[in-house]
Structures are given as C-alpha cells and as structure tokens.
Ligand binder design. Sequence first.
Ligand SMILES: [Zn+2]
Length: 44
Amino acid sequence: MVHETERDGATWYACDGCGMLFDVREDAESHEADCDGEEPSYIQ
Ligand SMILES: [Zn+2]
C-alpha cells in the first residue's frame, strides 16, 4: 500500500513494496498496483 511521508517540507507518497517516492498520490497508487514488491530492475 501507499503511505505518506514528509521530506524537505513536502508530502510524498511512498510505495511500501519498494520504497519508491512519488509526488502525486495517484502515481504512487498506480505504481503500487503493478509493483512486485522489489526494486525495479531498471533502477540500478
Ligand atoms: Zn513499488
């Protein structure tokens, strides 16, 4: 699921599966729905 986190005074939305941060909740939820819980292979 997606959880909110604050960084540098701004609210971010983090994927609990892989920890990726999004500035838009919808983007985070869209990602989370397709997240396999591991870090994306394209991010090294
Ligand atoms: Zn994820």
